[in-house]
Design a protein around this ligand. Sequence first.
Ligand code: BGC
Length: 393
Amino acid sequence: MKLTFPEGFLWGTSTSALQIESAGNHDWRGLKAKDSSILYKNIEHDLRRNEDAEIIASLGNAYRFSPDWSKLQREPKGELETKVIDGYRNFMGTLKDRGIHLMFVLHHFANPDWFVNVGSWTAEESAELFRDYSKKVASAFGDLVDSWNTINEPGLYIDYGYLSGNFPPYKKARLISALKVLNNMSTAHNLAYDEIKEKYDRPVGISNDTMNFHAESLLGKILARTADWTKLDYVPDKFKKVDFVGLSYYGRIPFRPGPITEVNTPGIFDELGRPHDNIWEYYPEGLRDMLIRFEKKYRKPIIITENGCCTDDDDQRIQSIKDHLKAAHDAIKSGVNLKGYFHWSTFDNFELHLGLSYRFGLVGVDSKTLERKPKGSALFYEIIAKNNFLEII
Ligand code: BGC
C-alpha cells in the first residue's frame, strides 16, 4: 500500500545547538549526564558545518534547528556577535541554496549564563530580554528563515527544570516558580511573535511536548489525568498566538500508579511484555490520536516538530518511522491539517540529562573520532522524503 502525503509536505530532521554544538557559556555546559558523559563538545557540529549541511540536505526538504543564544548574545540586550551571525548565516545559506525550508527555533532548553545571573525564567524581565533577543535574531536571520518556532516544549522545560529537577536549574516541586516560568515564557512567546511578524510575514509557532498518558490503576488515573490536562491542555493553551501548532510525540507513559519509563523504572516493560525503546513505551497509534486532538482543539495547521526512537537497533528505528508515519497519515485521512514531519534527530547527539549513549540519530557519530556515518534509517527516510510517500507491505 502507498501512503501519499499532501503536496508540499515538509520532510525534515531536527536538532538543537545544546545537543550538537560545542557548548557556549550556558547553563548546561559541564553537565554530568546519567551515563556519566559530560556535556561539553557534543558532536562539534559548529566545527563541521559544511559536512553536516550536506547530510542535512539529503534528509528531506526541511531542517529544524536552534542556534546557541549564549554565543550570539553575550550580555543582556547586547548586540549580536557579528562573527557568530556570519557562521550561522553561511550554514543557513548553504541549506537555502539546496532548497531546504529552514525552521528556526529561538529557545531550546539552554540559557546564557548572563540570563541565569539575572534570575533566568523566574525573573520578570526574562520576557523583555527574550523579546530583545528575538528582535535582533529576526533582523539578523529573518531573510533566510521559512518558519519560526519560538520556544521548544515549554511544558517539558518547566516540568524538568522546576518540578522533577532533571534539567538546570534542577529545582524540585517548585510549583510557584513553575507557574512564574510558564507565565514569563508565554509572555516572551507573544512578544517574540510580534517582533518577528513586524519584520517578516512567515509562520510563527510553538512546539508542545505530547505523550500518551495512560492510567493503569485507580491512583494512576488521578496522576495520568493530571499529566494529561497539564501537558496537553493547560500549558499549550498559554501559547495560542500561533500560525501553526507544533508537537513532538515519542510514546506512552503508563501510570501503575507512578509513571513507568525504561529510564526510571527499567525492566518493567519487558516484564509486562510491552514494546519500548531505551526511554519510553512504544505506542505509535498515540500519535494519530494526539494529532486529531490538537486539530479539534485549535483548528490550525499542525507540524510534527519532533518524533523519534531512542535505540541502538536501527531496524527498530526504521519500524518506528514506518509506524509513526502510518499514524500521521491516518490522522490526515481523518481531516488533520498536517503540514510536516521532522524526525528527531539528524545525528546521534547528547541526549539532555541522559547523555551521549542515548541515541536518536539517523546518522551515527563515532564517539571518539566524531566521524558521521548514515545508518540504514537515513537512507530509508531519505527515500520517503523524496517520494512524498511511504510504501507499506
Ligand atoms: C526534546 C529534545 C530531546 C528529545 C528526546 C524532546 O523533548 O526537544 O531535545 O532530545 O525530546 O528526548
